[in-house]
Write a protein that binds this ligand. Structure first.
Ligand SMILES: [Zn+2]
Length: 228
């Protein structure tokens, strides 16, 4: 009897490990050179209305900077006309899935609620942009193994970031942010910023950040071009 229990336990553990192995979070991409880096921006909104940070958005557009923007459903609805306009006119801006309501603890939701958060926003963003997002980013980066499985089963890859830039911190000024990126960034990194008004110094730091990275030989890529 003891042996049977042990065998059963081993089988369950192996199955769980296999499932866990399959579902993973992408935090870097394979860079076969020349040096590449992915600039990603979260456009989050939960309850308080949020809008595009114009200093960041204008810089992206003027410089035709390839970027990936993770949209929450509430933010997308709040800024519907702008999202549609950007998707239609600027192919270097890619829109991805950041959940419907931006619940900071999706691991506390039921299976059905998680699926609604992911699938509901997938449909919303697709209807606005004409392209189905390929990647999902968990609000506040919180998730558990079940969440990963559910998102993967919906056909999406979970993409987070290589290191946090810290741009939602009011105390990090543009120079500190530039220095952080300059020191930390390596080829194949996925950088994260906020374009919803909560990346306090990002708009002021972005020109210098991109200039420094370019001077080191980096080019910028959208996630869809490098995360397969
Ligand atoms: Zn967010």
């Amino acid at each position: 009897m003891k042996r049977l229990i042990l065998i059963l336990f081993c089988c369950i553990t192996t199955a769980a490990m296999a499932a866990g192995h399959k579902a993973k979070v992408v935090t870097t991409f394979i860079d076969n050179g020349p040096k590449k880096v992915a600039l990603t921006f979260d456009a989050c909104q939960s309850k308080t209305p949020a809008y595009f940070d114009k200093s960041i958005l204008n810089y992206i557009i003027q410089n035709r900077l390839p970027v990936s923007i993770f949209l929450s459903g509430r933010f997308a609805r709040q800024n519907e006309a702008e999202v549609k306009y950007l998707a239609k006119n600027y192919p270097f801006i890619e829109f991805e899935n950041h959940s419907l309501d931006h619940n900071n603890h999706m691991e506390r939701l039921s299976d059905a609620q998680v699926i609604k958060e992911v699938e509901g926003n997938e449909k919303l963003v697709t209807s606005m942009t004409g392209r189905a997002p390929e990647y999902f980013r968990f609000p506040a980066g919180n998730y558990n193994a079940r969440d990963l499985e559910l998102v993967n089963n919906l056909g999406l890859k979970v993409v987070h970031w290589t290191y946090a830039s810290g741009d939602p911190d009011k105390h990090i000024g543009p120079v500190a942010l530039e220095n952080e990126i300059n020191t930390m960034t390596k080829p194949g990194n996925i950088l994260i910023f906020h374009i919803n008004g909560r990346g306090w110094s990002t708009g002021r730091a972005l020109p210098e950040i991109t200039k420094e990275l370019r001077s080191k030989g980096y080019t910028f890529v959208k996630l869809e071009d490098v995360v397969k």
